[in-house]
Design a protein. Structure first.
Length: 247
């Protein structure tokens, strides 16, 4: 596979939460294998952002006191879907939306079930913790191998996703004693579903230059940190994460 110099991510610092990027080889974006893999991955990205838009709108109805803020976050997700779809268009690639909808269907259905029974903590865990940690890990993994058109778009989206993560952490932290058991229960349901999406794209990630093992490790690290932020002890958060990821 032909490669060209691309960026490499350095670890973020407290003063700069976004990763720094230096040059590293890029895959051949014109190859048939790359275009096929990119179609599948971009489809998942676009559908994920579109579902996030709908989820935040549902949350706005469920938490009317924060309705305006949640609608704002949802609008950001809708914009992300449109912007990230242009990354595929720039390469002349059509996102595989059908596959992405199939992969996301179980997680979206779980969110809808939680919403319909009024389980706000579970909805926030799914969207603001699991999905956002998933997105942050994925975009950080992709940035080093992103093409010149996709790179600034991805970096801007990544900056927004941390804001969405913050909302869920703050809401759950303020009510931790009351929601702790519900959070643990939904983690055991939703995390295996999320990891199933990642597993379906392992070969595709490798083709476009991403390391799926590092992505899963980054996702796990970020999610455990979120659990600790909302109130779980570090050992308890680690045990919960191990149980969920082994399920």
């Amino acid at each position: 596979m032909t490669v060209t110099p691309g960026p490499q991510i350095n670890s973020p610092s407290p003063s700069n939460p976004l990763p720094q990027i230096t040059a590293q080889p890029l895959p051949d974006t014109g190859s048939a294998a790359y275009r096929h893999a990119y179609s599948r991955i971009n489809g998942v990205v676009v559908v994920g952002e579109t579902l996030a838009h709908h989820h935040f709108r549902r949350l706005a109805r469920a938490i009317p006191a924060d309705g305006a803020e949640l609608l704002r976050l949802g609008d950001m997700e809708g914009r992300h879907a449109r912007e990230l779809s242009t990354c595929a268009q720039n390469l002349g690639v059509k996102p595989d939306i059908r596959l992405a909808k199939q992969l996301f269907a179980p997680l979206h259905q779980l969110f809808r079930q939680c919403d319909e029974r009024g389980d706000i903590p579970a909805c926030l865990v799914i969207q603001c913790l699991i999905v956002e940690c998933f997105a942050v890990a994925a975009y950080r993994s992709y940035l080093p191998v992103a093409d010149g058109f996709a790179r600034p778009i991805t970096a801007a989206v990544l900056a927004d996703e941390t804001e969405h993560l913050d909302y869920g952490e703050v809401w759950l932290q303020q009510r931790f004693a009351a929601v702790q058991e519900a959070v643990a229960a939904i983690c055991l349901q939703a995390l295996p579903t999320t990891l199933g999406i990642l597993r379906a794209l392992v070969d595709d990630m490798r083709v476009i230059g991403m390391d799926p093992v590092e992505l899963v490790a980054s996702f796990g690290e970020g999610f455990q940190q979120s659990l600790e932020t909302i109130g779980f002890g570090s050992a308890e958060a680690a045990r919960l994460l191990r149980r969920a990821m082994a399920a």
